[in-house]
Design a protein around this ligand. Structure first.
Ligand SMILES: [Zn+2]
Ligand SMILES: [Zn+2]
Length: 123
């Protein structure tokens, strides 16, 4: 029981954030690092995203530009040095049967060096 409990609760903390896709060294599941930002539904302004209770939400309750409290999450395919200040990293489990290996791997190779460079800059 303990083992299963631990497996289900794995946060994949040891899976490196600069990798786009790969296997978690703790639980062996296929993980994709997905970056998200949050935008105001009303004016489209970017807000800092946080990941809370399995949801991507805005760090601020209200938009400081228009006062709206409606936000939506937007996936960032290529994280850049502006968005990295707003973005939240969500380690998503990819069901292996839906994983198209060749296609995703080509994309992962293309972006991983770029992300690593960014992360080094911000360290
Ligand atoms: Zn894990
Ligand atoms: Zn707004």
């Amino acid at each position: 029981m303990e083992f299963f409990k631990k497996k289900n609760q794995c946060k994949h903390e040891n899976f490196p954030p600069e990798k786009d896709i790969g296997y978690c060294p703790d639980c062996g599941q296929l993980i994709e690092n997905q970056w998200f930002i949050v935008r105001c539904k009303c004016c489209g302004l970017k807000h800092k995203a946080v990941f809370k209770n399995g949801e991507i939400i805005s760090a601020e309750k209200f938009c400081h530009n228009c006062g709206s409290k409606e936000f939506f999450a937007e996936r960032v395919n290529k994280i850049n040095f502006i968005d990295i200040n707003y973005a939240v990293l969500v380690k998503t489990i990819i069901p292996v049967e839906h994983f198209e290996f060749t296609q995703s791997w080509a994309e992962a190779k293309e972006t991983s060096n770029y992300t690593r460079k960014l992360l080094q800059q911000f360290r």
